[in-house]
Design a protein around this ligand. Structure first.
Ligand code: RIB
Length: 314
C-alpha cells in the first residue's frame, strides 16, 4: 500500500510584491511586480509532497470567499485528498502579504482568517482517515490547542509526528510538544523555542540537544543557504548546502519539509530524505513564489541530474 502523509495545518493565499526597498512610514513607493499564488505553511508542505508523488491528506479550513474556493481548486489540481478541508461561514480565507527584495529575501505578514477556526474537534472528525496515515505534519498557523491535540492523538495511536514550529511563538509549550518524533525549526525558531542562541552551527547543535533532553526524538535545524543539521541522541550530521542563485526564498523551508516527508514515508531513510529535501528546497528558491516555485517530479529529477550527473555523462 502507498504510504500516506496527513497534514493538519494552514493554507493561505500569498500576495507577493517584489520591492526594491520597503517604504518608510508615511511614504508611498512604487514596486516593480506583484503576483498571487497558493501558500500557507501546511498547504505548501502538502503541495511539495504531492508534487513529488506522495499520497497526501489535508485537514484545514478555508474562507467563505473567492480565495477559499481557489484554495479548494488548487488542492484538487494537486491530487490532495481535501475531504477534511471545509469553508468557515462568514470568515475570510487566510492571506499572506509577502515582500521579496532583489536578493530574494522575504518578509511575510499573515492574516490567519479561517485557519484560526481549525479546532481539536475537527481533528477528531478526521480520525478515521488519519488512522491511515504513516506520518503527520504539523505547523503553527492554526490554534496551538489543535496542534497539542493532534500530537496527543498521534502519540496515543503510535503515529509519527513531524512538527515545524513555524511561525515561532514563545507561547508554544515544550512540555506539550515533547512527544514529537521530529522537530524541524529554522535557526530563529530554534532560538525562540529554547531561549538559546542558534546563529552558528555549534550554537544550533547545543540548542537542538537542549530539546532532545526535553524529550523530542530528533531535531533537524534548517540553516538556509548553509544546508541543515540533523541532531539525534547518537549523531550530529550536517546536510550540505546546494549552491544556487536565489531568486525568491519564500516557502523554501516548506519545500524542504514536504520533500523530506515524501521521501521518508516511502524509504524510511533519514539521511537520504534530508539530502533530497535539501536539493528540492534549493531548486525552489531559483523560481518565484511558494507553491508555484515547487518542482514537479520530472523537473526535480532533471535538477538532481544537473547537480550530480551520472558517471560518464557530459
Ligand atoms: O512559509 C512560507 C509561507 O508562510 C507562505 O506561503 C505564507 O503563506 C506563510 O504562511
Amino acid at each position: 500500500m502507498t504510504a500516506r502523509i496527513g497534514v493538519i495545518g494552514s493554507n493561505m493565499v500569498d500576495l507577493v510584491t517584489t520591492v526594491d526597498r520597503m517604504p518608510r512610514l508615511g511614504e508611498t513607493l512604487a514596486a516593480p511586480a506583484f503576483a498571487i499564488g497558493p501558500g500557507g505553511k501546511g498547504a505548501n508542505q502538502a503541495a511539495a509532497a504531492a508534487k513529488l508523488g506522495a499520497d497526501v491528506l489535508m485537514v484545514s479550513r478555508v474562507g467563505d470567499d473567492l480565495f477559499g474556493a481557489e484554495t479548494l481548486r488548487n488542492f484538487a489540481a494537486l491530487g490532495i485528498d481535501a475531504r477534511h478541508v471545509r469553508a468557515v461561514p462568514g470568515t475570510s480565507n487566510g492571506v499572506a502579504p509577502i515582500f521579496v527584495d532583489r536578493n530574494g529575501d522575504n518578509s511575510i505578514l499573515i492574516v490567519k482568517g479561517a485557519n484560526d477556526h481549525l479546532l481539536p474537534a475537527d481533528v477528531d472528525e478526521a480520525v478515521p482517515d488519519l488512522l491511515g496515515c504513516d506520518l503527520l505534519l504539523l505547523q503553527l498557523e492554526i490554534p496551538l490547542d489543535t496542534v497539542y491535540h493532534a500530537i496527543d492523538w498521534a502519540h496515543a495511536h503510535d503515529k509519527p509526528v513531524l512538527l515545524n514550529p513555524a511561525p515561532a511563538t514563545e507561547a508554544l509549550s515544550l512540555d506539550r510538544i515533547a512527544a514529537v518524533d521530529l522537530l524541524m525549526p529554522n535557526q530563529t525558531e530554534l532560538s525562540i523555542l529554547t531561549g538559546m542562541p542558534a546563529g552558528t552551527r555549534s550554537e544550533a547543535e547545543a540548542a537542538a540537544r537542549h530539546l532532545l533532553a526535553r524529550g523530542m526524538g530528533r531535531v533537524v535545524v534548517t540553516l538556509g543557504a548553509n544546508g541543515a543539521l540533523l541532531v539525534t541522541p547518537n549523531e550530529t550530521w550536517h546536510v550540505p548546502p546546494v549552491p544556487v542563485r536565489a531568486r525568491d526564498t519564500s516557502g523554501a523551508g516548506d519545500a524542504f519539509i514536504g520533500a523530506f516527508a515524501a521521501h521518508y514515508v516511502r524509504h524510511k531513510d533519514m539521511h537520504a530524505a534530508l539530502g533530497q529535501a535539501s536539493l528540492y528546497a534549493a531548486h525552489s528558491v531559483t523560481r518565484p513564489g511558494t507553491q508555484t516555485a515547487f518542482a514537479s517530479r520530472d523537473e526535480f529529477t532533471a535538477f538532481c541530474l544537473e547537480q550530480a550527473p551520472p558517471k560518464g555523462a557530459d
